[in-house]
Design a binder for this molecule. Structure first.
Ligand code: ZN
Length: 203
């Protein structure tokens, strides 16, 4: 049925409010995407860079909005496209409220880390694709990243602290790596319940 046509029958595709059709929702609103879990091969293959044409395609923009909605829905500090089964070089990160350092919503396409500090710091990491697991990982405390924005512009970012840690974690996903690959000592690996019970004093 065309929008605007007259019908006395209820529209089976309208929501309870009667205001939106499924078509309206699909076009207008981001989706919550399914998170690939460890063991899914998509997490272990290198993601492809986007061409300039792909970056500017409306589907990419809609997909990025869905990545942001998915990261927020699951309370993540970051999400990489392979984690939602799309093997392209896109990451979104954001930290708000009590995560050891706030930083604004940052969307990067084709990101590359071009400088790593020699200074390393060890911190706890978790991952939406390794649900309920936590472990200690050493990362550079300062990095420099070159990337493209969602508008296709070149951008350089100098990051430090938690911002730098999350960037390194998410960019690792684009190379098929997950945080447990970076752990030097596996004895800190633990589940969320035990982490909350035994490890919170160390935060
Ligand atoms: Zn992750």
């Amino acid at each position: 049925m065309e929008k605007g046509s007259v019908s006395r029958e209820p529209d089976p595709f309208s929501m309870n409010t009667g205001q939106n059709t499924l078509g309206d929702i699909y076009k207008g609103q981001p989706s919550i995407l399914k998170i690939a879990q460890l063991g899914n091969p998509v997490l272990r293959i290198p993601a492809a860079p986007l061409t300039d044409q792909e970056i500017l395609h409306p589907s990419t923009s809609h997909f990025i909005d869905s990545m942001i909605a998915t990261m927020r829905e699951y309370n993540g500090a970051g999400l990489a496209a392979p984690q939602v089964s799309f093997s392209k070089q896109i990451i979104v990160i954001e930290s708000r409220e009590n995560r050891g350092g706030d930083f604004p919503l940052t969307i990067l396409l084709n990101p590359k880390i071009v400088e790593f500090s020699k200074d390393l710091a060890e911190g706890w990491e978790g991952c939406l694709s390794l649900k309920d697991l936590w472990g200690k990982v050493k990362r550079s405390t300062r990095i420099k990243v070159e990337a493209k924005t969602r508008e296709g512009k070149n951008i350089d970012i100098k990051a430090e602290g938690f911002f730098a840690i999350v960037l390194q974690h998410e960019i690792d996903h684009l190379y098929g790596k997950v945080f447990v690959d970076r752990m030097e000592d596996m004895t800190s690996l633990c589940f969320t319940a035990e982490y909350n019970k035994y490890m919170t004093d160390e935060l």
